[in-house]
Design a protein around this ligand. Structure first.
Ligand code: PBG
Length: 330
C-alpha cells in the first residue's frame, strides 16, 4: 500500500471536540458596561444613535448597576453629564459632581460591583475639548492646541475626586502626554496607592466616536481632537504610546476603537505583558444595532462573534454597550 505523502488535515470536528480545542472563549467576566449619568431624578433618556443606551439620573443608574451585577457583570464604567460646563471643566472634579455622586451611590448599593470612572474633561468643558485650549494658536485650522501640562493638574484633581468618591479604578481617556504618571503620583500621594489605572493608552482620532458624543454631549465646538489623539494611519506610534503609559505606571493598556483596530490589540498583546482592554465604541455599537434593526444581520450572533474576535486578538477585557445583552443571552 502506498502511503500518501504527509498532508496536514483539518480536525473532523464534533461539537465536543470543537469545544476541547477552541483557543479562546468569551464570557461575561471579561466585560465592562458603560453608563452615562445625568442630572435629575428618574431620568432615562434614550440616545437616538445608540438604541438601548440611555442617559440616566443617579437613582436610575444605581438600578442599572444593580441589574448588571445581578446578571453577573463584574464592572461598570461611568461617564458623567455635568449640570454646568466651563472652559476648564471644573464640574469634573467638584465633590458634588455627577460622577462623584453616581460612584458613591453605586458603591453604597452594590458594593461588590467594580466601579471604573472615565477621567477626561471633554464632557465638562464648554468647548468640548479634553484639555485647556490655547486659543490664540488655533488659527482656524482643524488642529486645536491644548496646554498639555496645565491640563495634567486638572486631570489629577479629577482622578483624585473619583477615588475619594469610592471608584475602584480610574481610566484616563484624554490622551495628554504624561497623564498616567501625573495621576499615579496624585493617587499615591493621597493614600490611593491601591487604585489601578486603566489607561486609554492607544486612542485614535476616530470617527467611530460619533454617537458617544451625542450620548455624552461632548462634541468639540471647533476643530477636532487630532492634535492629541492618534493618527488612524499609525501602528508603530501605538507601541510608543503604550510603552510610555507602562513606564508611567499604567496597570491595564486599552486600545480604542475596537473592531477596526484588532491589529493594534494583537500587536500590543505580543509586545506587552500587561493586561489589555479593548473598547467596542459607540459607532461600532450603532452599526450593529442599525443593521440588526433592519433585519440584515443576526444581532446576537454578531455580538457574540465580535466579542470573541476581541479575545482572539488578545484583549483580556472588553468595554461594550452590549455587556448587559450579552450577560442575559449567554
Ligand atoms: C472621552 C471619551 C470618548 C469616548 C470615551 N471617552 C470620546 C472622544 O474621545 O471623543 C468614546 C467612546 C465611544 O465612542 O463609545 N471622554
Amino acid at each position: 500500500m502506498m502511503f500518501p505523502e504527509y498532508r496536514p488535515r483539518r480536525l473532523r470536528r464534533t461539537e465536543a471536540l470543537r469545544s476541547m480545542v477552541r483557543e479562546t472563549s468569551i464570557s461575561k467576566e471579561h466585560l465592562i458596561y458603560p453608563l452615562f449619568v445625568a442630572p435629575g431624578k428618574k431620568v432615562r433618556q434614550p440616545i437616538e444613535s445608540m438604541p438601548g443606551v440611555f442617559q440616566m439620573s443617579v437613582d436610575v443608574a444605581v438600578e442599572e448597576a444593580r441589574q448588571a451585577y445581578d446578571l453577573g457583570l463584574p464592572a461598570v464604567l461611568i461617564f458623567g453629564l455635568p449640570e454646568k460646563k466651563d472652559s476648564k471643566g471644573s464640574h469634573a472634579w467638584i465633590k458634588s459632581g455627577i460622577v462623584q455622586k453616581a460612584v458613591s451611590a453605586i458603591k453604597k448599593d452594590v458594593p461588590d460591583l467594580m466601579v471604573v470612572t472615565d477621567v477626561c474633561l471633554c464632557e465638562y468643558t464648554s468647548h468640548g475639548h479634553c484639555g485647556i485650549v490655547v486659543k490664540d494658536r488655533t488659527s482656524g485650522g482643524h488642529s486645536v492646541i491644548i496646554d498639555n501640562d496645565a491640563t495634567l493638574e486638572l486631570l489629577q484633581k479629577v482622578a483624585l475626586s473619583h477615588a475619594r468618591a469610592g471608584a475602584d479604578m480610574v481610566a484616563p481617556s484624554d490622551m495628554m502626554d504624561g497623564r498616567v504618571g501625573a495621576i499615579r503620583e496624585a493617587l499615591d500621594d493621597n493614600g490611593y496607592e491601591h487604585i489601578p489605572i486603566m489607561s486609554y493608552a492607544v486612542k485614535y482620532a476616530s470617527s467611530f466616536y460619533g454617537p458617544f458624543r451625542d450620548a455624552a454631549e461632548c462634541a468639540p465646538q471647533f476643530g477636532d481632537r487630532s492634535s492629541y489623539q492618534m493618527d488612524v494611519a499609525n501602528s508603530r506610534e501605538a507601541l510608543r504610546e503604550a510603552t510610555l503609559d507602562m513606564e508611567e505606571g499604567a496597570d491595564i493598556l486599552m486600545v480604542k476603537p475596537g473592531m477596526p483596530y484588532l491589529d493594534i490589540i494583537s500587536l500590543l498583546r505580543q509586545e506587552f505583558s500587561l493586561p489589555i482592554a479593548a473598547y467596542q465604541v459607540s459607532g461600532e455599537y450603532a452599526m450593529i444595532k442599525a443593521a440588526a434593526g433592519n433585519g440584515w444581520i443576526d444581532e446576537k450572533r454578531v455580538v457574540l462573534e465580535s466579542l470573541l474576535c476581541f479575545r482572539r486578538a488578545g484583549a483580556d477585557i472588553i468595554i461594550t454597550y452590549f455587556a448587559k445583552d450579552f450577560a442575559k443571552s449567554f
